[in-house]
Design a protein around this ligand. Sequence first.
Ligand code: HEM
Length: 355
Amino acid sequence: MTLSRWYWSAAAAVTVLILLYYHYYTTTLLGPPSGRTPEGLALGILGFAAMLGALLYSARRRWIGRAMQRIAVDPEARKDLKMRERRALEQLQALQRQVLRNPAGNPRTIRQQAKQILEDNGVTRYIRARVTGGRGQGMRLEISRREWVGRLETWYYWHLILGCLSVVLIITHAGFRFGNLIATLAFVFLVGVVATGILGYFIYWFIPPALTKVEERVEKTPEELREELNEVNHRLASIVQGKSELFREIYQQEVSLPGVSLHPSWRWVFGPAEIPRDTARPDRLRLIVREIPGHEQEDFREMIRLIFQKEKLEVSLYPQLRYDYLLKAWLALHIPLTAGLMIFSVIHIVTILYY
Ligand code: HEM
């Protein structure tokens, strides 16, 4: 079973248990269910704890990664570690190929061999080798980098599942009754957080692989593309200076194409994932060249070359900027909703404690 399926099945089982418990406690109750009964209180406390647990993921993602980067390590020791890591990876990859050729081998032997490689190179704390699948059932050796305080992927699943479970816990805590304004607002924010969380799950599923594909095709990072684009814009601006009116007019017309601004805007969310190149442009410019005064023709040709280069850079840069923007737009929804949830939950709890 894959990691995600395992977690979702566990979450479904826990949901059934919570609902069974709720059913049992309400059938033995004399009055209507409420957050005030001992069972209701326990469900509320558990729901709040699940929310805090889900929130921990954000701390793991933001701060621990950065804190790790700051730990100073002697350069010689780092070089030595890198070398040992490389050697271990080569040996593990050889073992991986051996497993691929012979998937019916003994998983225990492979596990021991992988462990030995990691120990011999002194990298057990940094690299993980895991045997998946049984003998003859597509056995594989998975190699990954160990992450401090556990893998981010595992944290992410806990985050998702605790978020979803907190909805079930809070609905049962409230006894399916929503009258208290503050408590109901906290619940509405909770539903908003979980709904955007599920949306984010799909966004993260589609966007990073799509982005890697674009980057591989272009073979340049967005920063490199931006730098080149700035340089081209600079050269274009200096070329048009002091030129005839016709020259500048054509420049103005052509420079605004392909009609997509690289400044982020809400239109990007609904806009196309990629922008097409202006295929009519080469013919159009070839015809115009003849109308340009003779002494400006050389610069005009240089301008055309730069405009083509600009278009190519913009067409490559746009999908990368757009994907990046979509991720940020999504976070701009998820984070304020989480903040609202925390604020209203705390007010709800404090008012319950004091009144
Ligand atoms: C330590 C955690 C919590 C405690 C001790 C707690 C306590 C309570 C109590 C005592 C009530 C009954 C209020 C009444 O009868 O007037 C209640 C109701 C409720 N609570 Fe909580 N709560 C907690 C967490 C939360 C959280 C995190 C949410 C939402 C995100 C929430 C949402 C609600 C809702 C929707 C109701 C029902 C309101 C109603 O009956 O009109 N609670 N809670």
